[in-house]
Design a protein around this ligand. Structure first.
Ligand SMILES: *Cc1c(COP(=O)(O)O)cnc(C)c1O
Length: 396
């Protein structure tokens, strides 16, 4: 257990809000994804960006309870976070930044990582030899996303190098990332990427030197394109109960012949409590500036968090929270640590009453997506900005 994690759980006072994560809904999501991909491919859970804002430490433990033992992250920094809580037989794979000076750490801890530039292999070999420990690398192919990835001439050289040094470096994977499998209109580009990936595979095959794992799929392609499943899929957003896009959802409905289906469940709720209540006379302004003037007398509740806690400022004068299962509209600007809501229509609100920022209360729900309508943020953008300091709690 890391120091960071201990610090959070050992706190004696309360944070201004809390995040609850549903173990049973996570299980439903994992089961659904597994059903879509069948029994062969490994399901690697992508837990980058603090597990899409859900909280990486808590999510890794919850995912392991669902039988997941492969985790993909964007950086060595995140790999270290997963490593500090995951079980010993779980595998961690870095898809992004690993600095030269951290390569020995990765090798020593059996952390697998992408290699997308040829010179890196020489360095990996040096360290593997010196440490007398095998390195596990995934060669990333450039197939048209044009982020990281090797083009074919470099890849040929990489294969030669790997084959020559098999005892020190394992050719653990050949991978690529699809640039926008969420959108059907982009499918021509995805098809082209798959064709190019097959060229990379064919070269390996010709040399009788195949990677252990072939993997190219993210959530969108895992849910909708069986020919992309191969030996492993790297699933992020769907794990957390979000459809990658409406296109993928409608394609699923077509497949199952239904007009409505909800196999993916949100696992996340964000809650706080009423900090104060008061009556604002007609004509007064609420909060900073003149953003909101009470046209009539208003009963308001003060909510103890603001944009510094990840609540988007774009919700000013627009968004809602739930109190007593009813919508309470935001009045004025979201401040750094506070905002105010209208409770004039909700009787008997008391200090300390539960406030739902995202999630369900009685029969009402606030979705992340309704939330992001106002703010032009992506679901993933809004979620991944939620501070690490907010305590995460597992609920059923
Ligand atoms: C983020 C990421 C994924 C997961 O994408 P989702 O659409 O969230 O499933 C897979 N592969 C790579 C390389 C990524 O960066």
């Amino acid at each position: 257990m890391t120091r960071k994690y201990q610090e959070l759980t050992r706190r004696n006072v309360r944070h201004s809000s809390r995040i609850e994560l549903s173990q049973s809904n996570l299980k439903k999501n994992i089961n659904f994804i597994k059903k879509k991909i069948g029994s062969h491919p490994i399901l690697s859970s992508v837990v980058k960006a603090n597990a899409y804002g859900h909280g990486i430490y808590t999510m890794v433990k919850m995912l392991e309870k669902c039988g997941i033992n492969h985790f993909s992250v964007a950086s060595a920094f995140e790999a270290e976070e997963v490593h500090s809580v995951c079980s010993e037989d779980s595998t961690i794979m870095i898809m992004g930044i690993l600095y030269d000076e951290d390569i020995p750490w990765a090798i020593e801890n059996d952390i697998e990582f992408y290699v997308f530039a040829l010179p890196r292999l020489k360095l990996v070999l040096e360290h593997a030899k010196r440490l007398n420990k095998k390195a596990y690398v995934h060669i990333e192919a450039e197939t048209g996303t044009n982020r990281t990835g090797m083009t074919i001439p470099f890849y040929r050289k990489a294969l030669t190098f790997l084959k020559e040094h098999e005892e020190h470096i394992a050719f653990q994977g050949l991978c690529t990332h699809l640039g926008g499998a969420e959108t059907l209109a982009n499918r021509f580009r995805i098809d082209q990427q798959i064709d190019r990936y097959k060229e990379f595979l064919a070269i390996a095959k010709k040399r009788k030197f195949m990677p252990k794992l072939r993997h190219i799929s993210c959530s969108a392609s895992a849910l909708s394109m069986p020919d992309t499943h191969l030996d492993m899929v790297r699933v992020g957003i769907a794990t957390y109960g979000f459809w990658p896009s409406p296109d993928i959802y409608y394609q699923h409905l077509q497949q199952v012949g239904k007009t409505k289906d909800s196999p993916l469940r949100r696992i996340f709720s964000w809650k706080t409590d009423v900090m104060d209540i008061k009556v604002v006379p007609k004509g007064e302004f609420i909060g900073y500036g003149t953003a909101y003037q009470a046209a009539t007398e208003k009963h308001i509740a003060v909510i103890p968090l603001g944009y510094s806690n990840g609540y988007p400022r774009g919700e000013s004068n627009r968004g809602y929270v739930l109190i007593h299962g009813r919508k309470a509209r935001i009045l004025g600007l979201i401040n750094m640590n506070l905002f105010m809501v209208d409770i004039s229509h909700i009787p008997n609100v008391q200090i300390g009453d539960e406030v739902v920022l995202i999630g369900k209360q009685k029969n009402m729900t606030i979705n992340v997506s309704s939330f992001t309508n106002y703010t032009q943020l992506l679901n993933t953008e809004m979620m991944s900005r939620l501070p690490d300091a907010i305590p995460r709690r597992i609920v059923r």
